[in-house]
Ligand binder design. Sequence first.
Ligand SMILES: C[S@@+](CC[C@H](N)C(=O)[O-])C[C@H]1O[C@@H](n2cnc3c(N)ncnc32)[C@H](O)[C@@H]1O
Length: 288
Amino acid sequence: MENIITNQLQLRPVTPQAHISFELGQARELLNNSDSNLDPALKEQLLSHLNRAYSISAQMDAYLSSVTQAPSDCLRSLERATMSLPWQNSAELDGDLEPEMLSGHLEGQFLQQLVRMTKATSVLEIGLFTGYSALAMAEALPANGTLVACELDDTIADFAESYLHRCVAGQKVDIRRGKASDSLEQLRVEGKSFDLVFVDADKSGYRTYVESLISQPNSLLAEHGLIVVDNTLYQGEIYTKPLEEMSENAQAIYHFNEYVRTHPDLKVVLLPIRDGVMFISRKQEDSL
Ligand SMILES: C[S@@+](CC[C@H](N)C(=O)[O-])C[C@H]1O[C@@H](n2cnc3c(N)ncnc32)[C@H](O)[C@@H]1O
């Protein structure tokens, strides 16, 4: 398996791409070590195909990273600091949190481009974790821009807060603690509206978040706002397994994707970036 090793931390595969690399690597190893009566010419051909498929898949992430704009020093050290947290032996870090949650270089730069392309000045993030994607987006905001980030877990919010304060762009981030659903209600009371929303928290909450964002009057999503939703491929589970065999999270994503796909007022596109990034916007009156 092509494990990512960061500060001795082995990250498990969490994207369809990483799973494909893992499966191809396993198949290649099995075939290499097999002493079956397979015709040697056929074995060689099979290995050649597997090697090619494995290389294309396993080397893709590194290539994407090498071509993509490098992260700022602040982003780089935040990623390093996140990986250095005592994930295996801490009573304070909630067992549901894991270093694999960090979106990382490619997605961070992708989100930055989105902030620039949409000319967003107000961004909402649902699911802050240690602050990587929030900081990436905040870096692309204009000086008067703001980013509100919701986080349930106090320990990780403390970490993100102390880290973000050290970075210039991090000072644009306003952290709202507690359940995101409560924070959304509070933001509505405050009359806030957002040009760009990044949804990356508990999968079972996705539908409620989108419903809350688009609900009128005083919608939290600006009229031409864009909602970006992470993990909408859920590691490939949602299109390869029967519903009843999917994990709870995959089932939630399956139902969420069906909800937005069939929503009469929404336009949706699902892109195979990392674990699946979905764009959702309102249908404009003059559009099909
Ligand atoms: C996948 S991580 C977010 C990763 C982050 N966006 C990044 O790119 O680094 C999901 C985060 O959502 C938080 N979360 C889970 N359920 C939540 C809820 N109901 N309200 C607010 N935050 C929640 C978790 O504590 C976790 O920190």
